[in-house]
Design a binder for this molecule. Structure first.
Ligand code: PMP
Ligand code: GLU
Length: 394
């Protein structure tokens, strides 16, 4: 008998993590799988950050930390917000968490009531919809397409708003499309929100530095949005620190206080050694990690060039993050190697089983015509993977 709660029974498995686990499993069986599913930099954490962690261990940082993070870390976050985003936050507005994922989950739990609607421009990051559902909210998906660079327009936002709308969640640069909202585009969304003062925004800026066109804009930079925007960020992507598990928010104080309270009952403060290391990471100038961003930029050019030679891949030029999100609906209804492809999930599984390349179905991100390919991999892996895909499809 299934004794589990309805809550967990109704929760979907994270498909990014599931695909990574499946690739790991196949590799353990001896299959040569190229993993382009997980959004994770393939660089090592820079030495200057690792040294700070080693120092923290030797300095006996081993006790519980304040729930919302060490004061020195919160000060480093405040400095970073001012330096990189021209945002002014004070200590009680900052909460450090065990990854941006926890920061987002905290916000969902403290802001959403049963039946509240949360607008998600599609494609959206895989975990948003599930977190919102866990909080008993209703995700409202706004469809976009490759023709508009997968961005939601002001008109689309306006038509999605109902009396039940509580929040808008968006990531820029976007996972999975790589789209970057310009100041003008964000301002147009903010203009609509001016008419609805009770709608709050989650601005997920974890790919802020992985931006190939420059000019990152934070929603909270608009004076009229500052008091109702939660700015989410973390160190996983820019500093190649996915496993260290540190994320943070800058938010109106009452929201930050609520997140602190939530976290105090669920996990307490984030890992003490990782927090000390992140003080060093955030206090360093962003130029210290520019080499990774330059590398992602050259890999983007490489993968876009290689994808051009594959039939039926319609790809736009992502401006940030490290994903391409091609529309592969051309293959729906086609039979290849005896397998009929009905949808993006079939296509992604087909690539895994036949080409031994792991990607993620667009369904996970609310877009059933696409797949996500991460190019946070070496040039050799990218070249080999695309060659395999091409051989099997062309
Ligand atoms: N937001 C987005 C858009 C992401 O891609 C990810 C994936 N790492 C996260 C949040 C969560 O990041 P973290 O590793 O800090 O939990
Ligand atoms: N954010 C990454 C991704 O989208 C990591 C996986 C996850 O946390 O879901 O692949």
């Amino acid at each position: 008998m299934n004794q589990l709660s309805d809550r967990i029974n109704n929760l979907s498995t994270s498909q990014t993590l599931a695909m990574a686990a499946k690739a790991r499993e196949l590799r353990a069986e001896g299959k040569d799988i190229i993993g382009l599913s997980l959004g994770e930099p393939d660089f090592n954490t820079p030495d200057f950050i690792k040294d700070a962690a080693i120092q923290a261990i030797n300095d006996n940082y081993n006790s519980y930390t304040p729930v919302d993070g060490y004061v020195e870390l919160k000060e480093a976050i405040i400095t970073k917000f001012k330096r990189d985003n021209n945002l002014d936050y004070t200590l009680p507005q900052i909460v450090v968490s065990t990854g941006a994922k926890q920061s987002l989950a905290n916000v969902a739990m403290v802001m959403i009531n049963k039946g509240d609607e949360v607008i998600l421009p599609c494609p959206f990051w895989v975990s948003y919809a599930e977190m919102i559902k866990l909080a008993e909210g209703t995700p409202v998906q706004v469809e976009t397409s490759i023709d508009t660079d997968f961005k939601m327009t002001a008109e689309q936002l306006r038509s999605a708003i109902t009396p039940r709308t509580k929040m808008l969640w968006l990531s820029s640069p976007c996972n999975p499309s790589g789209s970057v909202y310009s100041r003008k585009e964000l301002r147009a969304l903010a203009d609509v929100l001016q008419e609805y003062p009770n709608i709050y925004v989650v601005s997920d800026e974890i790919y802020e530095h992985i931006n190939f066109i420059g000019g990152h804009v934070s929603m909270a930079q608009f004076d009229d949005m500052y008091d109702r925007t939660v700015t989410v960020n973390g160190v996983s992507k820019a500093f190649a620190m996915t496993g260290w598990r540190i994320g943070y928010i800058g938010a109106p104080e009452w929201i930050a206080r609520a997140c602190n309270k939530m976290q105090g009952q669920i996990t307490s403060g984030a890992n003490c050694i990782a927090q000390r290391a992140v003080i060093t990471a955030l206090n360093a100038p962003p130029s210290k990690v520019q080499y990774m961003i330059d590398e992602f930029k050259s890999r983007r050019a490489l993968i876009l060039d290689l994808l051009k030679d594959i039939n039926g891949f319609k790809t736009n030029e992502p401006e940030g993050a490290f994903y391409v999100f091609p529309d592969i609906s051309y293959y729906f209804g086609k039979t290849i190697k005896g397998k009929t492809i009905h949808n993006a999930t079939d296509f992604s599984m087909f690539l895994l089983e036949e080409a031994h390349v792991a990607t993620v179905t667009g369904d996970a991100f609310g877009n059933p015509d696409c797949i996500r390919i991460s190019y946070a991999a070496s040039n050799e892996q990218i070249i080999d993977a695309i060659k395999r895909i091409k051989n099997i499809l062309n």
